[in-house]
Design a protein around this ligand. Sequence first.
Ligand code: PMP
Length: 313
Amino acid sequence: MPLQSTKHIWHNGKLIRWEDAHVHVMSHVIHYGSSIFEGIRCYKTEQGAAIFRLPDHMQRMLDSAKIYRMDLPYTLEQLNEAVVETVEANGVAPCYVRPIAFRGYGELGVHPGKNPIEVYVGNFPWGKYVSGDHGADVCISSWNRLAPNTMPTLAKAGANYMNSQLIRMEAFTNGYDEGIGLDVNGLVSEGSGENLFLVYKGQLLTSYLGSSVLAGITRASILTLARDMGISVVEQPIPRELLYIADEVFFTGTAAEVTPIRSIDRILIKDGHAGPVTKQLAAEFFGITSGKRPDRFEWLTPVKVAVEEAVNA
Ligand code: PMP
């Protein structure tokens, strides 16, 4: 997906021009993968543009930094404001927002030493992430997810995405829309950039945080919505074969939103169509993000960006 540039990028407290947001090749991050980041959606709701769960994303960014002993010189409030300022300055909605912090230029060597921490926020238009209009055809990857106590998966670190790249490239090479990684015990972990849910015997199941997953903000939203709608929810270790015999399987993520899965390893999930629980949760999720249903969990941060009137064909 080619990147569509916008005008400004926020860098260490100031807006700079998109063209000027350069990084030196000898920066620590380039050599050792020392970055942490977020991916956030700004929606075009019926009441105007609004960012989805902004404080939760920025808190996760602070948590990622903490895990990697990176002292971000900004508070949660300042990071929230940086995102709002960037989105408003660029005037693009809907869009995807990418805050990132990394160890910059100064010293080379694995220990980060006195390298400066650079913080940037950019945003740009972005569409659908997992293809497959009638549900995604996915595979179990031959690559496992990161083993516990090696790369911490609760940190959203750039380096983790080398593993995600292997999973996604293998899936694409073999003609699938996405790949699912198992953890080192062979239990279901998650997609290369999405959490995974399944419905089995009337219960909604998702992998627990011990299965090398990212604690997805969309995952948390779906858990909240499901509990609120009276659906029984369990976070637990999930054996691979439960996916094949599940009644419904779907991905969640900022990019993937709620994406039904049609088949796994060419085994059809039920009749291959999105099931009733997936549809009910997706309707509620997209209802809130579009402003058509009340924002009853206060997930939306309004931003001043002129959004065009919806065109009804
Ligand atoms: N797992 C991984 C590996 C991801 O990259 C993402 C996307 N950030 C997710 C899960 C979903 O997380 P979220 O709902 O916060 O976007």
